[in-house]
Design a protein around this ligand. Structure first.
Ligand SMILES: Cc1cc2nc3c(=O)[nH]c(=O)nc-3n(C[C@H](O)[C@H](O)[C@H](O)COP(=O)(O)O)c2cc1C
Length: 197
């Protein structure tokens, strides 16, 4: 099978589209991911994992703070994906126009979402180009619009329904990320996770 055909099959494993927020030294940020996975079947030990590329600002903020907030988004939250997932927080304060408040662990919780999960990192795995973070869920809640929660945003729904004018940039970012990953994926380093002080 060709690498492209393999990648199209791999896309069946993508997760819902989630917004991931972080805080480090007073600076807040948010990004978008479709690689989040439930990482525990124990109701009393809820866990989530996510792969975050090393070129994203969020990567270092999460690694150095040891926490993040993962948000399931509603199907009508395209604007949040565009604000957080198409540009880096290195160039602007991406959360400035997105209503949020500080969560129990200190990282920002978006007021509008389907549900949010505040996570404390308990382990990490290097992939060369990204880090897979394993988080213990410390706090869970629904977004403000509880009466009209609707459906969650899946990766397939996002790809099929994103505004046409976003598609070119989305594809360019994907190709750039794939190049970065291709160069670094074989350089895997062991990570011994220590909770930041
Ligand atoms: C639908 C979608 C899915 C994405 N999935 C991931 C992902 O799983 N991991 C990742 O590192 N970046 C992912 N990204 C890219 C980041 O959200 C993007 O690079 C963002 O601008 C990073 O912002 P930051 O530099 O402020 O952290 C995704 C973007 C979109 C639009």
């Amino acid at each position: 099978m060709t690498p492209d055909a393999t990648y199209q099959l791999l896309r069946n494993f993508t997760s819902p589209v989630v917004a991931i927020t972080s805080e480090r030294g007073g600076k807040t940020n948010g990004m978008i991911s479709d690689s989040a996975v439930r990482a525990s079947i124990v109701p009393t030990i809820p866990r989530l994992s996510v792969f975050i590329h090393k070129f994203n600002l969020s990567h270092d903020m999460i690694f150095e703070s040891g926490r993040f907030v993962m948000h399931l988004l509603r199907q009508d939250q395209f604007d949040v994906i565009h604000r957080l997932g198409f540009v880096s927080g290195r160039t602007r304060d991406k959360l400035a126009g997105v209503p949020h408040h500080a969560g129990r662990l200190g990282a920002p919780v978006l007021d509008e979402c389907y549900a949010h999960f505040e996570c404390r990192i308990v382990n990490a795995m290097d992939t060369g180009s990204s880090t897979c973070f394993l988080g213990d869920v410390a706090q869970v809640g629904h977004g403000a619009a509880t009466a009209a929660r609707g459906e969650i945003m899946t990766a397939a729904y996002f790809r099929a329904n994103m505004p046409a004018e976003w598609r070119k940039v989305y594809e360019e970012h994907l190709v750039a990320a794939q190049r970065f990953a291709e160069e670094r994926s074989r350089d895997i380093r062991p990570v011994v996770w220590r909770e930041p002080r």
